[in-house]
Design a binder for this molecule. Structure first.
Ligand SMILES: Cc1cc2nc3c(=O)[nH]c(=O)nc-3n(C[C@H](O)[C@H](O)[C@H](O)COP(=O)(O)OP(=O)(O)OC[C@H]3O[C@@H](n4cnc5c(N)ncnc54)[C@H](O)[C@@H]3O)c2cc1C
Length: 400
């Protein structure tokens, strides 16, 4: 039996950032993860994830992202490689800013200005000149914020896993937690599918979509939802590169559509949808994108990026959110089982928070509170719970 002060189950951004933080605090830390790290099915494993200050009226996520952006910049220097690309963030709207459908964009801009950020409202002509690949006639409203961009998420996890090893974290890849053995109200042993046993003073489940299956008490509060991702190979790459195309949202709170500039390594443009998604089982259900979803994407692309209408669609994927019903992360000890905690519930927006998630989870693990931890504690949610992440297109704001 291998024993640690802290055992982390799952090496996505939640788990690996926590392992690093706890190791820095001089604890012995073990990590379990199946196959390789980054894992090909993990939500954190992707070519890009958006980093945005634009969270509507949500001050807490705004302030958390502010801290994270500073730390992403530091990580670029510390790791001597571009993990975070500050290409800016463009919000496009199909209606005037004051229309009811643009409350997300309006509140985001008000908060940015209140916090002293200088941003730009672009009129049609300016939009056409600055970002020529976008169909400016479709978007009467365009707002550009130079602060923000994207992280190469899979590369981030690989880089952090290496750093964790250098700090002395014991990473057990090829180990899949399967059974949590609880005796007299205390978690005593983690048995893996591969036949190994592990124990720790505290075990933190950061297993993404497997989390509510490893901790069934979370099932009423968490859902696994699938979201389509599309990569296209643009014929005219220069106009798809930053600064000609930043990270963008296209009327996101009414459509879900958003996208990225040309990826510097992969040479593709990624577009995806941030909506209610399709509920599915992470281990059993098929993740293939449907023809209807591809057609919907092609319609969006034809309308918003006419010159990309025939660009080859080179890759599609259904990536999974570990959704909490309110859209907030879940970071806390189990209320009844000693020695067990959870750090998960990324709900489609957790990657950008990597630089603070580890710190927050480590504080909770040590029995402390964190400036931002209150909202992510163990809580009662039900079918009436409102999904709070304002950028996300969810009809009547309910995931339940
Ligand atoms: C399509 C899509 C787009 C997104 N876009 C953005 C974005 O633009 N910006 C943003 O900030 N966030 C975004 N997110 C959300 C973000 O990716 C997630 O919130 C974050 O990556 C979740 O990290 P995690 O560590 O909780 O989970 P994961 O990255 O899924 O990691 C979980 C890890 O646990 C491991 N594991 C699973 N089961 C077990 C087990 N039994 N034993 C041991 N290990 C196990 C897995 O192999 C995996 O490595 C997006 C997510 C998706 C799906």
């Amino acid at each position: 039996m291998k024993t640690f002060d802290f055992l982390i189950v799952g090496a996505g951004i939640f788990g690996i950032s926590t392992a690093i933080e706890l190791s820095k605090r001089k604890y012995s830390v073990g990590v379990l993860n199946p196959d390789t790290i980054p894992h090909h099915l993990a939500a954190s494993t992707d070519i890009s994830k958006a980093v945005r200050l634009e969270y509507g009226s949500d001050r807490e996520y705004f302030e958390m992202t502010e801290i994270c952006i500073d730390r992403w910049r530091e990580w670029n220097d510390f790791f001597q490689t571009p993990l975070y690309h500050e290409v800016g963030f463009l919000m496009l709207g199909r209606d005037s800013l004051d229309s009811p459908g643009h409350s997300f964009e309006k509140a985001s801009i008000e908060l940015l200005h209140e916090k002293g950020y200088s941003t730009e409202m672009l009129q049609h002509d300016e939009l056409r000149k600055r970002f020529p690949i976008i169909n400016h006639s479709l978007y009467p409203f365009a707002h550009y914020n130079p602060v923000g961009g994207y992280v190469e998420s899979g590369k981030v996890v690989a880089t952090l896993a290496n750093h964790a090893l250098q700090l002395g974290v014991k990473i057990h890849s090829q180990e899949t937690a399967q059974e949590l053995r609880v005796e007299s109200g205390r978690l005593t042993t983690i048995k893996t599918r591969e036949g190994e046993s592990f124990s720790a003073g505290l075990t933190i489940i950061s297993a993404g979509t497997s989390t509510p299956f490893l901790v069934p008490d979370l099932r009423p509060y968490m859902k696994i939802t699938g979201h389509p991702v599309f990569h296209i190979a643009p014929p005219e790459i220069d106009r798809c590169k930053a600064p000609w195309l930043p990270v963008f949202t296209a009327d996101i709170s009414n459509t879900g559509w958003y996208g990225f500039p040309l990826h510097p390594v992969q040479g593709v443009v990624k577009m995806a949808k941030h909506t209610k998604g399709m509920e599915l089982h992470p281990w059993h259900d098929d993740r293939t994108i449907t023809d209807a979803e591809v057609d919907e994407f092609k319609n969006f692309r034809r309308e918003s990026f006419p010159s990309l209408a025939n660009a080859p669609l080179v890759y599609t994927r259904r990536c999974l959110y570990t959704d909490t019903l309110d859209g907030h992360f879940w970071i806390d000890h189990h209320p009844e089982v000693n020695g067990l905690a959870v750090s998960s519930g990324g709900s489609g927006h957790g990657m950008k928070m990597g630089p603070i998630i580890g710190e927050m989870t480590a504080d909770i693990a040590e029995g402390k509170t964190h400036r931002f931890s209150a909202r992510y504690r163990w809580r009662e949610l039900d079918a009436h719970t409102i999904q709070a992440e304002e950028a996300r297109f969810v009809e009547n704001r309910k995931l339940g």
